[in-house]
Design a protein around this ligand. Structure first.
Ligand SMILES: Cc1cc2nc3c(=O)[nH]c(=O)nc-3n(C[C@H](O)[C@H](O)[C@H](O)COP(=O)(O)OP(=O)(O)OC[C@H]3O[C@@H](n4cnc5c(N)ncnc54)[C@H](O)[C@@H]3O)c2cc1C
Length: 353
Protein backbone atom coordinates (compact mmCIF):
# COMPACT_ATOMS: atom_id res chain seq x y z
CA UNK A 1 0.00 0.00 0.00
CA UNK A 2 1.36 3.43 -0.91
CA UNK A 3 1.13 5.66 2.12
CA UNK A 4 0.53 9.40 1.95
CA UNK A 5 3.15 11.60 3.55
CA UNK A 6 2.14 13.82 6.45
CA UNK A 7 4.70 16.46 7.42
CA UNK A 8 4.19 18.06 10.83
CA UNK A 9 5.78 21.43 11.62
CA UNK A 10 6.16 21.66 15.40
CA UNK A 11 7.12 18.85 17.77
CA UNK A 12 5.17 20.34 20.67
CA UNK A 13 2.08 19.40 22.62
CA UNK A 14 -0.61 19.82 19.97
CA UNK A 15 1.43 18.54 17.00
CA UNK A 16 2.32 15.27 18.73
CA UNK A 17 -1.15 14.84 20.27
CA UNK A 18 -2.64 15.20 16.77
CA UNK A 19 -0.26 12.51 15.53
CA UNK A 20 -1.28 10.24 18.45
CA UNK A 21 -4.95 10.73 17.52
CA UNK A 22 -4.26 9.89 13.87
CA UNK A 23 -2.24 6.77 14.80
CA UNK A 24 -5.01 5.63 17.14
CA UNK A 25 -7.47 5.69 14.24
CA UNK A 26 -5.36 4.43 11.35
CA UNK A 27 -1.72 3.70 12.20
CA UNK A 28 -0.55 2.98 8.67
CA UNK A 29 -2.33 5.68 6.67
CA UNK A 30 0.59 8.12 6.66
CA UNK A 31 4.33 8.14 6.58
CA UNK A 32 4.87 10.86 9.19
CA UNK A 33 7.77 13.30 9.34
CA UNK A 34 7.94 15.76 12.27
CA UNK A 35 10.12 18.87 12.29
CA UNK A 36 10.89 20.50 15.64
CA UNK A 37 12.65 23.80 16.18
CA UNK A 38 13.67 22.68 19.66
CA UNK A 39 16.55 20.19 19.83
CA UNK A 40 14.64 17.55 21.82
CA UNK A 41 11.76 15.08 21.90
CA UNK A 42 8.15 15.98 22.72
CA UNK A 43 7.70 17.04 26.34
CA UNK A 44 4.94 18.39 28.56
CA UNK A 45 5.32 22.17 28.42
CA UNK A 46 2.95 22.61 31.37
CA UNK A 47 5.50 20.79 33.52
CA UNK A 48 8.18 23.42 32.87
CA UNK A 49 6.91 25.12 36.04
CA UNK A 50 7.60 22.16 38.38
CA UNK A 51 10.86 21.62 36.50
CA UNK A 52 11.90 25.21 37.20
CA UNK A 53 10.86 24.77 40.83
CA UNK A 54 13.09 21.68 41.13
CA UNK A 55 10.18 19.27 41.56
CA UNK A 56 10.69 17.41 38.25
CA UNK A 57 13.52 16.51 35.89
CA UNK A 58 13.38 16.69 32.09
CA UNK A 59 13.06 12.87 31.92
CA UNK A 60 9.95 13.13 34.12
CA UNK A 61 8.21 15.47 31.68
CA UNK A 62 8.92 13.72 28.37
CA UNK A 63 5.62 12.70 26.75
CA UNK A 64 7.01 10.78 23.79
CA UNK A 65 10.61 9.56 23.90
CA UNK A 66 12.68 8.39 20.92
CA UNK A 67 11.08 4.91 21.17
CA UNK A 68 7.66 6.30 20.32
CA UNK A 69 8.89 7.90 17.10
CA UNK A 70 10.81 4.74 16.13
CA UNK A 71 7.98 2.35 17.02
CA UNK A 72 5.54 4.32 14.86
CA UNK A 73 7.91 4.78 11.94
CA UNK A 74 7.99 8.56 12.45
CA UNK A 75 10.99 10.49 11.15
CA UNK A 76 11.88 13.14 13.74
CA UNK A 77 14.04 16.06 12.66
CA UNK A 78 14.92 18.23 15.66
CA UNK A 79 16.70 21.55 15.95
CA UNK A 80 15.83 22.34 12.34
CA UNK A 81 12.90 24.76 12.04
CA UNK A 82 10.89 24.85 8.85
CA UNK A 83 11.46 28.21 7.16
CA UNK A 84 9.20 28.11 4.12
CA UNK A 85 6.33 26.33 2.40
CA UNK A 86 5.96 25.95 -1.36
CA UNK A 87 2.25 25.27 -1.79
CA UNK A 88 2.51 24.69 -5.52
CA UNK A 89 5.32 22.13 -5.33
CA UNK A 90 3.87 20.85 -1.99
CA UNK A 91 7.23 20.96 -0.25
CA UNK A 92 8.66 22.59 2.85
CA UNK A 93 12.22 23.76 3.38
CA UNK A 94 13.98 23.66 6.73
CA UNK A 95 16.72 25.99 7.95
CA UNK A 96 19.36 23.33 7.14
CA UNK A 97 18.25 23.42 3.49
CA UNK A 98 16.48 20.06 3.77
CA UNK A 99 13.45 19.90 1.48
CA UNK A 100 10.56 17.56 2.27
CA UNK A 101 7.60 16.83 0.02
CA UNK A 102 4.16 16.41 1.59
CA UNK A 103 0.71 15.17 0.69
CA UNK A 104 -0.71 16.76 3.85
CA UNK A 105 1.03 19.40 5.93
CA UNK A 106 0.18 20.09 9.58
CA UNK A 107 1.20 23.39 11.15
CA UNK A 108 1.53 23.14 14.95
CA UNK A 109 3.90 25.98 15.63
CA UNK A 110 2.39 27.14 18.94
CA UNK A 111 2.88 30.68 20.20
CA UNK A 112 5.67 33.18 20.65
CA UNK A 113 6.04 35.02 23.94
CA UNK A 114 5.20 38.71 23.61
CA UNK A 115 8.10 41.03 24.39
CA UNK A 116 7.12 44.50 25.60
CA UNK A 117 8.95 47.03 23.46
CA UNK A 118 10.82 48.87 26.22
CA UNK A 119 14.44 50.04 26.16
CA UNK A 120 16.71 47.26 27.45
CA UNK A 121 14.46 44.38 26.34
CA UNK A 122 17.39 42.79 24.49
CA UNK A 123 19.91 42.98 27.32
CA UNK A 124 21.51 39.69 28.39
CA UNK A 125 19.60 38.49 31.44
CA UNK A 126 16.16 39.24 29.97
CA UNK A 127 14.36 35.95 29.25
CA UNK A 128 10.89 34.61 28.43
CA UNK A 129 9.19 31.48 29.81
CA UNK A 130 8.20 29.19 26.97
CA UNK A 131 10.62 26.30 26.53
CA UNK A 132 13.44 24.27 28.03
CA UNK A 133 16.06 26.78 26.90
CA UNK A 134 14.26 29.52 28.84
CA UNK A 135 14.21 27.33 31.93
CA UNK A 136 17.93 26.62 31.44
CA UNK A 137 18.66 30.36 31.34
CA UNK A 138 16.60 30.94 34.51
CA UNK A 139 18.33 28.10 36.35
CA UNK A 140 21.75 29.46 35.40
CA UNK A 141 20.75 32.86 36.82
CA UNK A 142 19.27 31.26 39.94
CA UNK A 143 22.54 29.39 40.54
CA UNK A 144 24.29 32.75 40.72
CA UNK A 145 21.60 33.93 43.18
CA UNK A 146 20.39 37.49 43.65
CA UNK A 147 17.26 39.36 42.67
CA UNK A 148 14.80 38.55 39.89
CA UNK A 149 11.96 40.61 38.45
CA UNK A 150 9.06 38.90 36.73
CA UNK A 151 7.05 41.21 34.47
CA UNK A 152 3.51 39.88 34.28
CA UNK A 153 1.14 38.72 37.00
CA UNK A 154 -0.74 36.16 34.91
CA UNK A 155 -0.51 32.38 35.24
CA UNK A 156 2.88 32.12 33.55
CA UNK A 157 4.51 35.00 35.42
CA UNK A 158 3.33 33.67 38.78
CA UNK A 159 4.64 30.21 37.94
CA UNK A 160 8.02 31.67 37.03
CA UNK A 161 8.07 33.69 40.25
CA UNK A 162 7.23 30.58 42.28
CA UNK A 163 9.98 28.53 40.66
CA UNK A 164 12.62 31.22 41.08
CA UNK A 165 11.62 31.75 44.71
CA UNK A 166 11.98 28.00 45.28
CA UNK A 167 15.43 28.24 43.69
CA UNK A 168 16.46 30.85 46.25
CA UNK A 169 16.07 34.10 44.33
CA UNK A 170 14.43 37.18 45.81
CA UNK A 171 11.55 37.76 43.41
CA UNK A 172 9.46 40.83 42.62
CA UNK A 173 6.42 40.45 40.36
CA UNK A 174 5.39 43.55 38.40
CA UNK A 175 1.82 43.61 37.17
CA UNK A 176 0.30 46.48 35.27
CA UNK A 177 -3.31 45.85 36.41
CA UNK A 178 -4.74 46.47 39.92
CA UNK A 179 -5.14 42.74 40.70
CA UNK A 180 -3.39 39.52 39.66
CA UNK A 181 -4.67 37.22 36.88
CA UNK A 182 -7.47 39.67 36.17
CA UNK A 183 -8.47 37.82 32.98
CA UNK A 184 -9.38 34.76 35.00
CA UNK A 185 -9.91 35.93 38.58
CA UNK A 186 -12.40 38.40 39.94
CA UNK A 187 -10.98 41.20 42.11
CA UNK A 188 -11.43 39.47 45.47
CA UNK A 189 -9.82 36.25 44.26
CA UNK A 190 -6.94 38.23 42.73
CA UNK A 191 -6.43 40.05 46.00
CA UNK A 192 -6.48 36.78 48.00
CA UNK A 193 -3.93 35.29 45.65
CA UNK A 194 -1.64 38.31 46.14
CA UNK A 195 -1.83 37.93 49.93
CA UNK A 196 -1.03 34.22 49.68
CA UNK A 197 1.97 34.82 47.41
CA UNK A 198 3.33 37.60 49.58
CA UNK A 199 3.07 35.26 52.58
CA UNK A 200 5.37 32.96 50.60
CA UNK A 201 8.04 35.62 50.33
CA UNK A 202 7.35 37.23 46.95
CA UNK A 203 6.99 40.98 46.47
CA UNK A 204 4.03 41.83 44.25
CA UNK A 205 3.71 45.32 42.79
CA UNK A 206 0.40 45.95 41.03
CA UNK A 207 -0.29 48.94 38.77
CA UNK A 208 3.42 48.76 38.01
CA UNK A 209 4.13 50.00 34.49
CA UNK A 210 7.60 49.19 33.17
CA UNK A 211 9.41 52.14 31.56
CA UNK A 212 12.81 50.58 30.99
CA UNK A 213 15.07 47.65 31.72
CA UNK A 214 18.45 49.12 32.59
CA UNK A 215 21.94 47.74 32.79
CA UNK A 216 25.44 48.24 31.48
CA UNK A 217 25.93 45.36 29.04
CA UNK A 218 23.72 43.14 31.25
CA UNK A 219 20.48 43.53 33.16
CA UNK A 220 20.78 45.42 36.43
CA UNK A 221 17.16 46.28 37.10
CA UNK A 222 13.80 47.61 36.00
CA UNK A 223 12.67 51.23 36.13
CA UNK A 224 8.95 51.91 36.43
CA UNK A 225 7.10 54.84 34.89
CA UNK A 226 6.55 56.29 38.38
CA UNK A 227 10.33 56.40 38.84
CA UNK A 228 10.77 53.40 41.15
CA UNK A 229 13.75 51.16 40.42
CA UNK A 230 13.86 47.44 41.24
CA UNK A 231 17.34 45.91 41.04
CA UNK A 232 17.57 42.52 39.32
CA UNK A 233 20.14 40.29 37.65
CA UNK A 234 17.35 38.39 35.87
CA UNK A 235 14.19 39.75 34.25
CA UNK A 236 11.51 37.31 33.08
CA UNK A 237 8.98 38.70 30.59
CA UNK A 238 5.71 36.83 30.94
CA UNK A 239 3.21 39.29 29.53
CA UNK A 240 1.36 37.11 27.07
CA UNK A 241 1.67 35.09 23.93
CA UNK A 242 0.97 35.58 20.24
CA UNK A 243 0.09 32.75 17.85
CA UNK A 244 3.13 31.84 15.76
CA UNK A 245 1.76 32.44 12.28
CA UNK A 246 4.89 33.52 10.39
CA UNK A 247 5.12 30.46 8.13
CA UNK A 248 1.41 30.47 7.31
CA UNK A 249 1.44 34.18 6.56
CA UNK A 250 4.47 33.88 4.29
CA UNK A 251 2.68 31.05 2.45
CA UNK A 252 -0.36 33.30 1.89
CA UNK A 253 -2.74 31.19 3.95
CA UNK A 254 -5.70 32.99 5.51
CA UNK A 255 -4.47 34.36 8.85
CA UNK A 256 -6.08 36.67 11.38
CA UNK A 257 -4.74 36.61 14.93
CA UNK A 258 -4.05 32.92 14.27
CA UNK A 259 -4.14 30.62 11.25
CA UNK A 260 -7.76 30.34 10.12
CA UNK A 261 -9.16 26.80 10.25
CA UNK A 262 -12.51 25.13 9.72
CA UNK A 263 -14.12 22.63 12.12
CA UNK A 264 -11.66 19.90 11.03
CA UNK A 265 -8.62 22.16 11.38
CA UNK A 266 -8.21 22.59 7.63
CA UNK A 267 -6.72 25.93 6.60
CA UNK A 268 -7.56 27.93 3.49
CA UNK A 269 -5.46 25.33 1.60
CA UNK A 270 -7.18 21.92 1.60
CA UNK A 271 -3.85 20.09 1.98
CA UNK A 272 -2.64 22.16 4.93
CA UNK A 273 -4.03 21.75 8.43
CA UNK A 274 -3.21 23.62 11.60
CA UNK A 275 -3.73 22.81 15.26
CA UNK A 276 -2.90 24.22 18.70
CA UNK A 277 -2.11 27.73 19.83
CA UNK A 278 -1.18 28.88 16.32
CA UNK A 279 -4.80 28.46 15.25
CA UNK A 280 -7.79 30.81 15.11
CA UNK A 281 -11.12 28.98 15.05
CA UNK A 282 -14.38 30.88 14.79
CA UNK A 283 -12.59 34.08 15.81
CA UNK A 284 -10.92 32.61 18.90
CA UNK A 285 -7.34 31.66 19.77
CA UNK A 286 -6.58 29.39 22.73
CA UNK A 287 -3.82 29.34 25.32
CA UNK A 288 -4.58 26.29 27.46
CA UNK A 289 -4.42 22.63 26.48
CA UNK A 290 -8.01 21.41 27.05
CA UNK A 291 -9.44 22.98 23.87
CA UNK A 292 -6.33 21.94 21.94
CA UNK A 293 -6.99 18.27 22.69
CA UNK A 294 -10.49 18.71 21.24
CA UNK A 295 -8.95 20.24 18.12
CA UNK A 296 -6.62 17.25 17.76
CA UNK A 297 -9.56 14.85 17.93
CA UNK A 298 -11.52 16.85 15.36
CA UNK A 299 -8.47 16.99 13.09
CA UNK A 300 -7.90 13.22 13.21
CA UNK A 301 -11.60 12.55 12.65
CA UNK A 302 -11.52 14.76 9.59
CA UNK A 303 -8.33 13.21 8.20
CA UNK A 304 -8.88 9.52 8.79
CA UNK A 305 -12.45 9.07 9.99
CA UNK A 306 -15.55 11.14 9.45
CA UNK A 307 -17.78 12.49 12.23
CA UNK A 308 -18.08 15.66 14.21
CA UNK A 309 -15.86 18.71 13.94
CA UNK A 310 -14.50 21.13 16.54
CA UNK A 311 -17.13 23.47 17.94
CA UNK A 312 -15.06 25.61 20.28
CA UNK A 313 -14.58 24.90 23.95
CA UNK A 314 -16.18 26.01 27.16
CA UNK A 315 -14.76 24.00 30.01
CA UNK A 316 -14.16 24.04 33.70
CA UNK A 317 -10.82 23.31 35.26
CA UNK A 318 -8.66 23.41 38.34
CA UNK A 319 -5.30 25.13 37.99
CA UNK A 320 -2.42 25.24 40.40
CA UNK A 321 -0.87 28.69 40.64
CA UNK A 322 2.40 28.63 42.57
CA UNK A 323 1.16 25.70 44.61
CA UNK A 324 -2.19 27.37 45.33
CA UNK A 325 -5.35 25.75 43.99
CA UNK A 326 -7.46 27.98 41.76
CA UNK A 327 -10.85 26.57 40.83
CA UNK A 328 -12.63 27.90 37.82
CA UNK A 329 -15.47 27.48 35.42
CA UNK A 330 -15.61 29.33 32.16
CA UNK A 331 -14.26 29.87 28.71
CA UNK A 332 -10.52 29.39 28.36
CA UNK A 333 -10.11 30.95 24.99
CA UNK A 334 -7.53 33.68 24.61
CA UNK A 335 -10.28 35.96 23.31
CA UNK A 336 -10.32 39.56 24.39
CA UNK A 337 -12.54 40.84 27.13
CA UNK A 338 -13.63 37.51 28.56
CA UNK A 339 -14.39 37.74 32.25
CA UNK A 340 -14.66 34.50 34.16
CA UNK A 341 -15.77 33.93 37.73
CA UNK A 342 -13.14 32.13 39.81
CA UNK A 343 -12.21 31.59 43.42
CA UNK A 344 -8.76 30.97 44.81
CA UNK A 345 -8.33 28.72 47.79
CA UNK A 346 -5.02 28.85 49.64
CA UNK A 347 -4.11 25.41 51.00
CA UNK A 348 -4.67 24.90 54.72
CA UNK A 349 -1.17 23.55 55.35
CA UNK A 350 2.20 25.33 55.46
CA UNK A 351 2.62 28.43 53.28
CA UNK A 352 6.39 28.34 53.14
CA UNK A 353 7.72 28.48 49.58
C1 LIG B 1 5.43 27.36 31.63
C2 LIG B 1 4.09 27.03 31.03
C3 LIG B 1 3.07 26.56 31.84
C4 LIG B 1 1.83 26.24 31.29
N1 LIG B 1 0.86 25.78 32.12
C5 LIG B 1 -0.32 25.40 31.58
C6 LIG B 1 -1.35 24.87 32.42
O1 LIG B 1 -1.21 24.77 33.64
N2 LIG B 1 -2.51 24.44 31.84
C7 LIG B 1 -2.70 24.53 30.48
O2 LIG B 1 -3.74 24.13 29.98
N3 LIG B 1 -1.75 25.08 29.67
C8 LIG B 1 -0.58 25.51 30.18
N4 LIG B 1 0.39 26.04 29.36
C9 LIG B 1 0.08 26.23 27.92
C10 LIG B 1 0.36 24.94 27.11
O3 LIG B 1 1.66 24.50 27.35
C11 LIG B 1 0.15 25.27 25.66
O4 LIG B 1 -1.23 25.57 25.49
C12 LIG B 1 0.56 24.13 24.71
O5 LIG B 1 1.89 23.77 24.89
C13 LIG B 1 0.34 24.58 23.28
O6 LIG B 1 0.65 23.53 22.42
P1 LIG B 1 1.16 23.84 20.93
O7 LIG B 1 1.57 22.53 20.37
O8 LIG B 1 0.19 24.67 20.24
O9 LIG B 1 2.47 24.73 21.15
P2 LIG B 1 3.85 24.26 21.74
O10 LIG B 1 3.69 23.22 22.78
O11 LIG B 1 4.58 25.51 22.10
O12 LIG B 1 4.59 23.57 20.51
C14 LIG B 1 4.97 24.29 19.37
C15 LIG B 1 6.30 23.75 18.93
O13 LIG B 1 6.54 24.16 17.59
C16 LIG B 1 7.89 24.51 17.46
N5 LIG B 1 8.02 25.35 16.27
C17 LIG B 1 7.61 26.65 16.12
N6 LIG B 1 7.90 27.07 14.87
C18 LIG B 1 8.48 26.02 14.23
C19 LIG B 1 9.01 25.84 12.92
N7 LIG B 1 8.98 26.83 12.00
N8 LIG B 1 9.55 24.64 12.60
C20 LIG B 1 9.58 23.63 13.52
N9 LIG B 1 9.10 23.75 14.77
C21 LIG B 1 8.56 24.94 15.12
C22 LIG B 1 8.20 25.21 18.77
O14 LIG B 1 9.59 25.26 18.99
C23 LIG B 1 7.47 24.30 19.76
O15 LIG B 1 8.30 23.24 20.18
C24 LIG B 1 1.63 26.39 29.89
C25 LIG B 1 2.65 26.89 29.08
C26 LIG B 1 3.87 27.20 29.63
C27 LIG B 1 4.96 27.75 28.74
Amino acid sequence: MIREKLVVVGNGMAGCRAVEEILAREPSKFHIVIFGAEPRVNYNRIMLSPLLAGEKSFEDIVINGHDWYADNGIDLIVGDPVVSIDRVAKTITARSGRVEAYDKLLLATGSDPFIIPVPGKDLPGVVTFRDMDDVGAMLEAANRGGDAVVIGGGLLGLEAAHGLTRRGMKVTVLHIMPTLMERQLDESAGWLLKQALEARGQSILTQADTAEIYGDGRVQGVRLKDGREIPASLVVMAVGIRPNTALARAADLAVGRGVHVDDHMVTSDADILAVGECVEHAGLCYGLVAPLWEMCRALADGLVASPSGYQGSVTSTKLKVSGIDVFSAGDFSGGEGRRISFCATPPAESTSA
